[in-house]
Design a protein around this ligand. Structure first.
Ligand SMILES: Nc1nc2c(ncn2[C@@H]2O[C@H](COP(=O)(O)OP(=O)(O)OP(=O)(O)O)[C@@H](O)[C@H]2O)c(=O)[nH]1
Ligand SMILES: [Mg+2]
Length: 310
């Protein structure tokens, strides 16, 4: 299967996916673009190795739950996966590694951390066969060399129904020297790629990761607009899946979807709430044991130790 040649039948490795069906967001981009850093930032518990130079990982599919990690091969067979010794995974025969975690964001969506698109040591088929299972993509492209021709030529093959629920995220915003440079790069990339994504945004993943209880650093990182766009996409996809689930291919065949996707809590305190079921990002929240710094724009009751996306 390739992007030009989608599968005629539901692949074996999809038939045993545990329900419920949630929107699936694939993190894609070139080698070292920040995909795993973003996955860890979104999920909040660092389930993924970052910058494992010697290791080529197959797609890592992260969903809500507590089952141990497994390697799912192309026939749908599952074998236990030791996350400490990922080096030995034969990527050609592997569909994906499945990890479960009980983090809040995973109640809203599955996250699929993909290998780099132009990794010379890994066949493109390793990610191409998983991409059609995604509902949307966050494409990471380093701001210092954003949106190269090699990225554009892969993206143009991605089906429009995935493109329209996708974001182009320019990572490493902190590596550009000035605000003027950041605006210039964003303007250039938007002029080239705006029509191919729901939104193009820039942020610093490392600043957002390090923001912890520092709302200024969180704002400076550019994370807030990204979180809002991301949550909008999840909201749209959740509605669509609820509507289309009975007829959708690749979904429930062979697995029981006993539980409907969970309703996302609304923020009753927010005056900007446009819809009753609108999902609202959780911003960095001060640890309960620490003194609170300056007044926060939208205080939240929930405790959290790090910035999260839910
Ligand atoms: N300064 C800076 N460094 C970043 C940023 N995002 C990621 N990095 C760093 O870039 C390196 C690679 O990040 P990864 O998240 O492993 O990249 P990846 O896309 O998962 O890489 P592969 O899976 O190997 O393709 C790590 O050292 C990150 O800390 C950012 O926004 N700013
Ligand atoms: Mg990675």
């Amino acid at each position: 299967m390739t992007l030009d040649n989608p599968p005629a039948e539901v692949p074996a490795y999809v038939q045993n996916l545990p329900g419920p069906r949630r929107p699936r967001i694939a993190l894609m981009g070139e080698f070292s673009a920040g995909k795993s850093t973003l996955a860890n930032l979104m999920i909040g518990s660092d389930p993924l190795p970052v910058q494992v130079i010697a290791t080529q990982l197959p797609p890592v599919w992260i969903s809500y739950g507590s089952a141990p990690a497994v390697i799912v091969d192309l026939d749908g067979n599952e074998t236990p996966c030791d996350l400490e010794s990922l080096q030995e995974i034969p990527t050609e025969q592997t569909a994906f590694i499945r990890i479960q975690s009980k983090e809040e964001i995973l109640r809203m969506c599955d996250v699929i951390d993909m290998p780099g698109i132009s990794d010379p040591n890994m066949a493109a088929s390793v990610w191409e066969r998983i991409l059609p299972l995604a509902d949307g993509v966050i494409w990471c492209s380093p701001a210092t060399q954003a949106w190269r021709q090699s990225e554009a030529s892969v993206w143009e093959k991605v089906p429009p129904h995935i493109q329209e629920h996708s974001l182009l995220l320019l990572t490493r915003g902190d590596m550009l020297v000035s605000e003027k440079d950041r605006k210039k790069v964003l303007k250039r990339v938007r002029s080239e790629a705006e029509d191919l994504f729901a939104q193009c945004l820039m942020m610093s993943l490392t600043q957002a990761r390090d923001a912890e209880d520092d709302p200024d650093l969180w704002d400076q990182s550019g994370a807030e607009p990204f979180v809002n766009e991301f949550l909008n996409i999840i909201s749209v996809l959740t509605d669509r899946i609820a509507r289309d689930a009975p007829t959708e291919p690749f979904v429930y065949q062979g697995c029981e979807a006993t539980e409907a996707p969970e309703a996302v809590p609304s923020d009753e305190a927010s005056p900007q709430t446009e819809r009753d079921d609108r999902i609202v990002p959780r911003r960095p929240v001060v640890k309960a044991t620490r003194p609170r710094p300056a007044p926060r724009p939208e205080p939240e009751e929930e405790e959290s130790l790090s910035p999260k996306f839910s």
